[in-house]
Write a protein that binds this ligand. Structure first.
Ligand SMILES: [Zn+2]
Length: 127
């Protein structure tokens, strides 16, 4: 299933990249057309980037599959439930570790903003 997904994605990527390479830098176009082409190009590049990231995750999943690590949590090495994998085929953490991970990330953000607050307003309050 993952192999099919990867082939399909590589195919879609190639289809998008080829005309971009062939088009070059828009020689012979006057200004408005050039801007139009530019916007189009940016959209294309953004799409390629998104697809590229997904492709990367598929590759990672395949690598993990090869090593027999697929479906196991990277934190606690416990089995990731089938239900979770169906919903998130690229999940690398079990539900419990993912919840912890997200809480840590949220705490880091809170800590960062508190530090920022003190560095901006700290002296005014005499702390
Ligand atoms: Zn875990």
């Amino acid at each position: 299933m993952l192999g099919d997904r990867e082939r399909e994605m590589q195919h879609a990527l190639r289809r998008r990249v080829r005309p971009l390479l062939a088009a070059g830098r828009g020689d012979g176009l006057d200004e408005p057309e050039l801007i139009e082409a530019d916007v189009q190009e940016h959209i294309e590049v953004a799409l390629i980037q998104i697809k590229g990231e997904t492709l990367e995750r598929v590759r990672e999943a395949l690598t993990r599959l090869d090593r027999g690590e697929y479906g196991y949590c990277v934190e606690c090495a416990g089995e990731i439930s089938e239900q979770r994998l169906r919903a998130l085929p690229f999940a690398v953490r079990c539900t419990a570790c993912e919840a912890l991970h997200e809480r840590d990330a949220a705490e880091e953000r809170r800590f960062a903003s508190a530090t920022m607050f003190r560095s901006v307003f700290g002296n005014q309050f005499g702390t």
